[in-house]
Write a protein of this length. Structure first.
Ligand code: NAD
Ligand code: DAU
Length: 363
């Protein structure tokens, strides 16, 4: 079996669903169920003996050690993290606790478990750490895309905490010989994406008749990857990646934020038109920029293609249509995640009107 951490979050739950659709190898899913963890994502696995869910913290060493001893996984895939940049700007404590200290504790628990494995099991064991392109910092418009050799220049509390975790993972390989793999991926989108992030927020706000808050001029560039493609990349790296190596994962798909928002509005105009016949684009509201906002990310995913034969299968056009269609078909899921805690976050970040807050973020 494999141990997946953070498997009730956006990418983790997609990964668990995909894994069990593709294989009968069981998954032990360890998730703290923070605001971002949602067992409704895994409802399709109810009663499926191949999925064992445990609510807990990756930093809880006695718990993790017990789970490793009982279940004896052949691999660990570490998704568990605090993942939202804006939340890290409001308060970085949880990011340091989970992304840095939690990863350290998980590595230490894994090191102890690994030391007790027989030689053949050690040879097969892998610890795959799921990370982000944000560790590389921001690119100018004409700069070459990030390769695995790009210097680390994290700019937000979130990306700094992920960069720290990447360094810990690297060191546990170099010093202790733990067979680690690291993936650094660009922006994901798709089903089960929590509506605090750009794409799902724009879809749910548009349908609710709320403003679509675009930070600054909306000309920031991200490289977008459909989440199912990210999951297949992780499976491929787990299967064939070289211990100690890092692999960049991306969609070869750079777009400005404004282009993304326009595309979503146009799809909604087609699939679920406004009652008044106007375009959803009318709801776009430019608001004060994110502090320290990285201008451009771009991933060179050449290494994973050359060495492991992986390339994304979705184009942005096919992936975003699937995504918008999924949100239209799952209003109950959306309602469920828009709990009291979600409303508190929206009020903190965007203000009561959805476009302004006390710190001056204004339309
Ligand atoms: P998410 O916020 O949707 O989910 C994170 C999950 O981790 C949640 O289920 C949460 O309950 C769980 N969790 C948080 N702290 C925990 C802890 N201490 N112990 C156990 N579980 C804990 O995040 P996501 O978007 O699915 O991202 C997953 C991973 O992929 C993260 O490591 C993130 O840095 C990385 N990543 C995300 C993207 C993206 O675009 N979303 C891109 C590249 C890399
Ligand atoms: O690049 C990978 C990273 O992508 C992951 O490591 C992070 O976990 C993930 O959250 C994501 O980070 P971003 O900050 O790029 O994603 P987010 O969806 O928050 O924002 C995408 C862009 O849209 C960014 O330039 C900020 C902008 N934005 C975001 C929100 C929430 C807006 O203009 N308005 C908004 O309301």
């Amino acid at each position: 079996m494999i141990l997946v951490t953070g498997g009730a979050g956006f990418i983790g739950s997609n990964f668990v669903l995909d894994w069990l659709a593709d294989s009968d190898e069981p998954v032990l899913n360890l998730d703290k169920l923070t605001y971002a963890g949602n067992l409704a994502n895994l409802a399709a696995l109810q009663g499926d003996a191949r999925h064992v869910f445990v609510q807990g913290d990756i930093g809880d060493a006695p718990l993790v050690q017990r789970l490793l001893a009982e279940h004896r996984p052949r691999a660990i895939v570490n998704f568990a993290a605090e993942s939202h940049v804006d939340r890290s700007i409001h308060g970085a404590g949880e990011f340091i606790a989970t992304n840095v200290v939690g990863t350290f504790n998980l590595l230490e628990s894994t090191r102890g478990y690994f030391a007790g494995l027989a030689q053949a099991q050690q040879a097969a064991f892998r610890f795959l750490h799921v990370s982000t392109d944000e560790v590389y910092g921001s690119l100018t418009p004409d700069a070459a895309a990030f390769t695995e050799n790009h210097v680390f220049e994290p700019n937000s509390p979130y990306s700094a905490s992920k960069a720290a975790s990447d360094h810990l993972v690297r060191a546990w390989h170099h010093t202790y010989g733990l067979p680690v793999l690291t993936t650094n991926c660009s922006n994901n989108y798709g089903p089960y994406h929590f509506p605090e992030k750009l794409i799902p927020l724009m879809i749910v706000n548009a349908l609710a008749g709320k403003p679509l808050p675009v930070y600054g001029d909306g000309q920031q560039v991200r490289d977008w990857l459909y989440v199912v493609d990210h999951c297949s990349a992780i499976r491929r790296v787990l299967q064939a990646g070289q211990p100690g190596q890092t692999y960049n994962v991306g969609g070869w798909n750079e777009k400005t934020n404004l282009t993304i928002v326009h595309t979503i509005c146009d799809l909604l105009d087609e699939l679920s038109p406004r009652a008044d016949g106007q375009s959803y684009r009318q709801q776009i509201a430019h608001v004060t920029d994110r502090p320290g906002h990285d201008r451009r990310y771009a991933i060179d995913a050449g290494k994973i293609e050359r060495e492991l034969g992986w390339r994304p299968t979705e184009t942005f056009e096919t992936g975003i249509r699937k995504t918008v269609t999924w949100y239209l078909a799952h209003p109950d899921w959306v309602r469920h995640v828009q709990s009291g805690a979600y409303r508190d976050w929206v009020a903190t970040q965007y203000g009561a009107a959805g476009v302004a807050d006390d710190s001056g973020r204004a339309a």
